[in-house]
Design a protein around this ligand. Structure first.
Ligand code: ADP
Ligand code: ASP
Ligand code: MG
Length: 401
């Protein structure tokens, strides 16, 4: 059996945890399995490097940020290899480039173009455990990084390219829960969840899996398991095709995203093409826009609201400069959160949205924007009410049972 195992920042945080990871790999090797490991930087390292760069420059250049940030994963991959070799297990660390990962040149959020896995395959054949530095590739002879949480994407992409039997994402909780177990103490671990639900949960704020990695796993049909490196004997959660899910709950989980900004463009001139121009500009800058609401126009003007990730606020402000003269004012509100309810069963059940609105109303939480799709309902609320909202939604759907 060929396994790709990905170990996140907490799992790789410090010598004892690295030894723990090496023991997980050793057990699989003793079983006769082929193992490729993908590792994150040690917990907190990437943030530390970002702060350091920001203390030197207000706008550090993306090309050098990638060289800087990729170093965290290089450190942890070599440390794990040192540990395995010390235990008598043949291992070799590889950078993204040495693992054959080429990307586009969109620094800081590069997309993987292709993986030439011949180097990796040869190491596997020769009995090595390859330890790949996650979150990175290369383009035009320079290192690139894949966006925050990108080691999950590295693991799935490698699993797809070497046709591994399974891709196990080891983290600091036992799997995917009905809500973030650090926010909702009675959240329940799920045995299975569909790719589509997981994709919604991740893109709506559940950072347990990077959303692009789930998208790719679905596309390449990679069997994905989320599990704990601290309790490796527990089963974890399998992320799989909708048709493999035995019992489909109406609501599978609640996600919350506290890193969103609401952009309000007030009294914008209501002329054909204005929305097209604004959102094309944002799309061209690679900004992930969500929850667009345009109110009914009066007096030849209208109000336009939408949300963007907090990390994109400076870029968004730059894009909006061009439209300042076409509206009364533009407001940026960072004191908001997006809470979302996700579940396949919403396709066929009524009343799910009404329950969500009542749960928030009963807790005196005002909803500022609502958007829905076939399997999710998202609501913008005040940031200081976010925890209470998640718990209230979790309770109304009895997700702890
Ligand atoms: P890693 O460093 O291993 O990549 P992350 O910090 O990126 O780990 O993701 C794991 C964290 O995701 C957990 O500690 C948990 O707080 C959070 N999380 C958010 N939503 C969920 C959820 N629905 N199920 C499990 N964990 C969740
Ligand atoms: N170290 C990177 C981050 O913190 C990538 C990862 O851990 O997946 O975002
Ligand atoms: Mg992560």
């Amino acid at each position: 059996m060929t396994r790709v195992l990905k170990f996140g920042g907490t799992s790789m945080g410090g010598a004892d945890n690295i030894k723990n990871v090496a023991n997980i790999i050793k057990n699989y090797k003793q079983n006769g399995d082929n193992v490729v490991a993908v590792v994150s930087a040690m917990g907190g390292e990437t943030n530390k490097l970002i702060s350091l760069a920001n203390s030197i420059s207000k706008d550090p250049i993306a090309l050098e940020m990638d060289t800087l940030l990729s170093s965290g994963e290089r450190v942890s991959s070599s440390l794990l290899s040192i540990c395995l070799n010390d235990m008598g297990i043949k291992a070799i660390s590889l950078s993204g480039r040495q693992a054959g990962i080429t990307t586009d040149d969109n620094h800081n959020k590069a997309k993987i173009d292709k993986i030439n896995s011949s180097n990796l395959q040869q190491y596997i054949k020769d009995g090595y455990t390859a330890i790949v530095a996650g979150f990175q590739g290369f383009a035009n002879n320079r290192v690139t990084t894949l966006g925050r949480g990108g080691s999950d994407l590295t693991a799935v992409a490698i699993a797809g390219s070497i046709q591994a039997d399974v891709c196990e994402i080891y983290t600091d909780v036992q799997g995917i829960y009905t809500a973030d177990p650090r926010v909702v103490p009675n959240a329940k671990k799920l045995e299975q969840i569909s790719y589509d639900e997981m994709l919604e949960l991740s893109s709506l704020g559940a950072k347990v899996l990077q959303s692009r990695s789930v998208e790719l796993a679905k596309k390449l049909d990679v069997k994905l398991i989320s599990r704990s490196s601290f309790e490796p004997n527990t089963t974890g959660t399998t992320i799989t095709k909708e048709e493999n899910i035995v019992e489909q709950p109406i609501v599978s989980g609640i996600a919350t995203d506290d890193d969103q900004v609401r952009v309000g463009i007030y009294k914008v001139i209501d002329r054909p093409g204005i929305a097209g121009q604004i959102f094309s500009k944002l799309a061209f800058a690679g900004i992930n826009v969500d929850m667009i609401v345009q109110t009914v126009g009066t007096d030849g003007t209208t109000d336009l609201d939408f949300t963007v990730p907090t990390v994109s606020i400076n870029e968004t402000k730059k894009c909006m400069k061009k439209f300042e003269h076409e509206c009364k004012y533009i407001d940026y509100n960072e004191k908001i959160s997006k809470v979302s309810v996700v579940g396949l069963g919403m396709k066929s059940h009524t009343g799910v949205a009404a329950d969500a609105f009542m749960a928030l109303a009963n807790n005196n939480i005002n909803i500022r924007i609502i958007s829905t799709s076939e399997i999710k309902i998202s609501m913008i609320i005040d940031k200081d009410k976010s925890k209470r909202a998640v718990q209230a939604l979790h309770d109304i759907y009895k997700l702890d049972q």
